[in-house]
Design a protein around this ligand. Structure first.
Ligand SMILES: [Zn+2]
Length: 479
């Protein structure tokens, strides 16, 4: 500016220009209004508003069962309408509505979908230190059932679509908002029906959903995990039969004995381990931020000796490498002195995305190797479908990595395959590239999900909104 003055402008004119420029900058800083179409966001206002949405959502009790998700759908409808966004309730089961809304792009690219579920798991009130439906705030931390799973994502999605609308970000892609019912328990109100009946309202190229998770350590984001796939829950039953009789006379075909032996074999079976595109990249990147001993494991993760270590010390990673078989329930018998004619065990089987399950059950039957014990597949009418892995090299994944560099520049992106299941599989099964993301949490906060005193740091919710907003603008705005 000094050089400019000396060349072109009288001193008074330069002073006036400086004042005008300063006013312009101040006004922009105060209003938070960026030039239309850029990713700048009034961070403070967005965080406060998202936190308000989250509190209001937590106060609506949607424990599933029974769900009562229509209460949340009506709340969301009100907020969206007020912002000038039309929304539509999808209610295949009365009282259990999902809701969908859309910001139109110019139609030149395929849509992006932001989704989150409305229902929450039940609470064991006696074990909470606060009312789980009061949305209590303590030292910047918000407590309540759903504060993390999944009303944080829901509040963030709502905030992102409202900001896109208010800032009039020019969009190449439609941005679709979906809040769905019945994620925590499969039922006709959930995604299986929604995608079957209303696919035209959801059809998209990319989706962002729950399922990722970012690790917070000493107040800093260590990594942000982006879930590109998940294991497929496909339970099975072991049914043992034998002859019944008096408990005073041992029988070699006792169904309880045969079942117990079968459960032990199934539960200790070392199922085959293998990597896919996501887990290979995951372990490589994880090695780069791990202490030396662990880093060595992650670089040689299929080594049987490493597997032994993981089984004991990192069961989560052990599970990411294989289809897992975990016995969870036992039943049989009616009285202590009666040998029952049958007994039954439930297995929680979580399959790798490419597993051939019929073949896998045959292998399990061979491991059990007992003609008195049958392996029976569970009914999967409303279950999550088998789905392919979403790719690491897409515009959406790139946009997420770029967004992360903006909000948490010292952290890395970790592509993960989750061992749990989300509604993303319904989208992936239809060819959508769906990614799971999540609000940064400490390990301790993560353990409260589905547990007691579920909570989230409001500052991290704010960071997550900025992250998601930047990613959506990155992939959906007109270049
Ligand atoms: Zn969830």
């Amino acid at each position: 500016m000094d050089r400019l003055r000396s060349l072109f402008l009288p001193a008074w004119c330069h002073a006036l220009l400086c004042v005008l420029l300063a006013c312009f900058l101040l006004m922009n800083a105060a209003s938070g209004q960026p030039p239309a179409g850029t990713a700048a966001l009034n961070a403070e206002q967005a965080q406060a508003e998202a936190a308000r949405f989250l509190s209001e959502l937590v106060r609506i009790d949607t424990q599933d069962p029974p769900g009562n998700e229509s209460k949340v759908a009506h709340y969301l409808e009100g907020v969206l309408r007020e912002a000038g966004i039309d929304a539509e309730l999808l209610e295949p089961v009365p009282g259990r509505a999902s809701i969908v809304a859309r910001l139109k792009g110019d139609g030149s690219r395929s849509p992006v979908l932001l989704m989150a579920h409305e229902d929450v798991v039940p609470v064991d009130r006696a074990r909470w230190t606060v009312d789980p439906f009061a949305a209590t705030e303590r030292d910047g931390v918000l407590y309540g059932r759903g504060a993390s799973d999944d009303k944080a994502m829901l509040a963030a999605n709502l905030e992102v679509i409202l900001q896109l609308k208010r800032m009039q970000v020019p969009l190449a892609r439609d941005v679709i908002f979906l809040a769905e019912a019945s994620e925590e328990t499969s039922s006709p109100a959930g995604m299986s029906t929604i995608v079957q009946r209303y696919w035209d309202k959801l059809n998209c190229e990319f989706a962002l959903n729950e399922g990722g998770g970012s690790l917070l350590e000493n107040g800093r984001v260590k990594y942000m995990a982006v879930a590109t796939s998940e294991k497929l829950p496909r339970g099975a039953k072991l049914e043992a039969t034998g002859s019944s009789g008096h408990g005073s006379v041992p029988r070699i075909d006792n169904a309880v004995v045969h079942l117990a032996a079968a459960v032990a074999k199934a539960g200790t079976w070392e199922t085959p381990a293998r990597l896919n595109e996501t887990t290979r990249e995951f372990f490589q990147r994880l090695a780069s931020i791990s202490p030396p001993e662990e880093a060595a494991w992650y670089r040689d993760v299929l080594n049987p000796q490493v597997q032994e270590q993981l089984k004991v010390k990192k069961p989560q990673y052990y599970s990411m490498l294989r289809t897992s078989v975990v016995p969870t329930m036992l039943s049989g018998g009616i009285k202590s002195n009666v040998i029952p004619p049958s007994a039954e065990a439930t297995l929680d089987i979580r399959a790798l995305p490419d597993e051939d399950l019929a073949k896998f059950r045959e292998m399990l039957a061979q491991v059990i190797n007992d003609p008195q014990v049958k392996v029976v597949a569970e009914d999967t009418t409303y279950s999550m479908p088998a789905a392919p892995v979403s790719h690491l090299h897409t515009e959406m994944f790139d946009a997420l990595e770029r967004a992360q560099k903006e909000v948490a520049p010292d952290s890395i992106t970790l592509p993960i395959m989750t061992t749990g299941a989300t509604d993303s599989s319904f989208l992936r099964a239809r060819g959508v590239q769906a990614y799971g993301i999540g609000v940064p949490k400490t390990e301790e906060e993560s353990r409260t999900v589905h547990g007691n005193d579920e909570r989230i740091e409001i500052k991290q919710l704010g960071l997550f909104v900025r992250y998601e907003f930047a990613a959506v603008v990155g992939v959906a705005s007109r270049k």
